[in-house]
Design a protein around this ligand. Structure first.
Ligand code: AMP
Ligand code: MG
Length: 496
């Protein structure tokens, strides 16, 4: 097996005109070692995992050797970061090697090295990544996928053998990120801000053909594109909300047109439910709090709409009206998706007003009682059918306080009205309410042991466990438990 057969690259983005990217080779590192290969993903992508593990494979994943047919590029983009406009961002520490087409679903995927050295867009950055953020992204992105939430994926993690300078010296790492594409709202904004409508059109046509081919057949393909992206994003945010995921850095350059979650910097899953929770150390005003994620997504999408205006209609007023109409669809799509996913977690019928009232009452109770988000839902799933014998679930160590009892009675009654087979519903609930999520204190523990003891076994254990977040085993109860007070992580950091 050689690189050519292991990685059948075909690089459509690099065939776009030169204003979209810069050719950029990764910078070599001194002594790369493989941490992990995602063999399941490799198989899905038609990449030979055995080859990836070989010396040649590891040299490629470290950026020390280029596979045949790679066209390494760094892409350009702009974006609103925490609401502030930055006209020139771009891949400052990520290099796209090329694209492969998955034999399992026929879709095209980017293979990108994150932390592979400086590019023309690095500004004052070193183009590198400490190991910690590489491990965090690997854990969280793969956990999201196992939870059924669209997200970029992690094909491999490498330790470079070189230190990176942050507050202290930290070991360096490289993540191989896989995405349906890395085109961001900020990619559109870059050209739109320069009033380069020709490039906006090239990009929009590219996105349509790669991600929304049906749009090409419609009366107004660019309006359809906008509507489709809005719809995918609204559904994505509803899924985030349903697992208590807080992205933390929802800048317009961190929202992908393909609808996958991207950038796992200061993200976290909520432990105790509180709608205003913020983790990111840089989000001082709570702009990206849990309960702001839907309105912020809409705000970001309004910038995509703005960029597409000249393509949607020649008459500006008409274009604005079409964009407005598409944006107005966000709220309804989001609400519909949110109601559906929350009802699914509770075995309720989303078309019943009682169901929606029950969800709201539950969230109010969880907030008042400072209840763990994940365990609350898992406990309910385990206890839909009252049982006398001792369970072997999270109910071994977690109970909802008595204040929930009237609600639980109402809920059982409502589920019973809709469905006769409660046992069957219970099995379904256990398959959608995870026992395990990448809790922040667990992720920190993994990073700490990698950084200070050079011990990656906690990383592997956590990744293995999170592949099956719905399968509870009592011997893993430690991973299902919320942090003890001294383990609570208040802030997460970008780690750039
Ligand atoms: P992020 O916070 O990861 O969304 O990154 C925001 C911007 O900063 C992007 O243009 C990144 O490429 C760039 N950036 C972040 N960290 C680094 C780094 N260590 N070196 C160079 N550029 C970076
Ligand atoms: Mg980013």
């Amino acid at each position: 097996m050689n690189a050519r057969s292991a990685l059948p690259f075909d690089n459509s983005f690099s065939r776009l005109p030169e204003q979209f990217f810069s050719h950029q080779h990764p910078s070599p590192v001194s002594s790369p070692e493989l941490i992990r290969i995602n063999a399941t993903l490799a198989l899905e992508l038609g990449i030979d995992a055995q080859w990836l593990r070989s010396d040649e494979g590891v040299q490629m994943l470290a950026g020390n050797a280029l596979p045949e047919h790679a066209t390494p590029i760094a892409t350009t983009y702009a974006g609103h970061q925490f609401g502030n406009w930055n006209p020139q961002l771009g891949d400052g520490r990520a290099i796209l090697l090329g694209e492969v087409t998955s034999p399992s679903n026929g879709l095209r995927y980017d293979i990108q090295l994150k932390g592979a050295g400086q590019t023309p867009y690095s500004r004052s950055g070193d183009g590198r990544s400490p190991l910690g953020p590489v491990l965090r992204e690997y854990i969280v992105s793969e956990a999201m996928n196992a939870l059924g939430i669209p997200a970029t994926r992690s094909l491999a993690a490498i330790i470079t053998g070189d230190n990176v300078v942050r507050d202290h010296l930290l070991p360096g790492g490289i993540l191989t990120r896989v995405a349906q594409s890395h085109i961001r709202i900020g990619t559109f904004q870059y050209f739109s801000a320069r009033q380069d409508t020709a490039s906006v059109k090239i990009l929009a046509d590219y996105v349509i053909s790669r991600h929304y081919p049906e749009a090409a057949q419609t009366k107004n393909p660019y309006q359809t594109l906008l509507e489709n992206v809005i719809s995918r994003q609204a559904q994505l945010i509803a899924l985030w909300q349903s697992v208590g995921f807080i992205h933390g850095v929802m800048n317009t350059d961190n929202m992908l047109l393909c609808g996958e979650t991207v950038d796992f910097g200061p993200c976290a899953f909520m432990d105790t439910f509180h709608p205003e929770t913020v983790y990111s150390s840089i989000d001082r005003n709570g702009r990206y709090a849990y309960n702001k994620q839907a309105p912020i997504a809409r705000w970001n999408l309004s910038w995509l709409a703005q960029s597409l205006l000249p393509l949607m209609a020649e008459d500006e007023e008409q274009a604005v009206a079409l964009a407005q109409e598409a944006l107005n669809g966000f709220a309804a799509t989001y609400q519909h998706a949110y109601d559906a996913v929350m009802c699914k977690k509770l075995g309720l019928n989303p078309s019943s007003p009682t169901s929606l009232m029950l969800i709201q009452n539950l969230l109010d109770l969880m907030n008042k009682e400072q209840c763990d988000f994940t365990l609350c839902f898992r406990f309910l799933a385990e206890n839909l059918v009252p049982h006398k014998e001792k369970s072997s679930g999270i109910s071994d160590f977690f109970h909802l306080p008595a204040a929930f009892n009237p609600w639980i009675e109402q809920w059982r009654c409502q589920v019973g009205k809709e469905f006769s087979d409660l046992g069957g519903i219970q099995t379904k609930l256990l398959a959608v309410n995870p026992a395990f999520i990448p809790r922040n204190h667990l992720v920190e523990e993994v990073i700490e042991s990698a950084n200070t003891r050079n011990d990656l076994s906690p990383f592997h254990s956590l990744v293995d466990l999170l592949e099956k977040p719905f399968d509870y085993h009592p011997e893993h109860s430690r991973y299902a438990q919320p942090p003890r007070p001294e383990q609570v992580v208040e802030n997460t950091f970008c780690g750039t």
